[in-house]
Design a protein around this ligand. Sequence first.
Ligand SMILES: [Cu+2]
Length: 222
Amino acid sequence: MRKNILLKIGVVALVLFYFPVWASSGKITGSVKVKGLRSPANILVYLTKAPTVAMDLDAASFVMDQKNLTFFPHVLPIPVGATVLFPNNDEVDHNVFSLSRAQKFNLGSYSFGESKTMRFDTPGVVELRCDVHAEMLAYILVMKNPYYTVTNEKGGFEIPDVKLPDQKGIKVVFDLPPGKYTLKTWHKKLKSKKETVTVTEQGGASIQLKLTRGTSGVLYKR
Ligand SMILES: [Cu+2]
């Protein structure tokens, strides 16, 4: 009997010992409502300042696909210093370029099955266009820290985002330490919003945002 209780205590202690990170993990979850826009998806939500995290950017793969005469995804946030692959999966030529201040470039014209790469070293908004198809438009958002995400179809989001390049399996480094953070949004057609979020010792924080149409600001003040 006594042995049994000791065993139980042992198991409980073991569980507590092995999962201390889960208990204190800091996540910011929330949802965004929009006025004057069909969908609350594809809105960037990010922390302006956050702890730096060592990431294996070489192991990470960021892809801006070109298929059915559109870029996919429409909004692609990446950590600064990351390289993006631009495959052409259409049977017509595409010519990706950008005139944005954060990164001006022109990949030239290339055909089906071919791919080009580009490294992004300056934080900010990079608007992508195609010289052949005027309707093609997408955004690469070059971020200073890995605490960013993009809203889903319902406007929901979670920071840190598990889809981030932490494929080495060390997810704990992404959890937010307790503290006050400035959370911001960015979408080309919506007024950017800024909110202070407090992550407590007990864990995460939750936030609801309402966005209206307007001109977006810059990602970071210079
Ligand atoms: Cu094109």
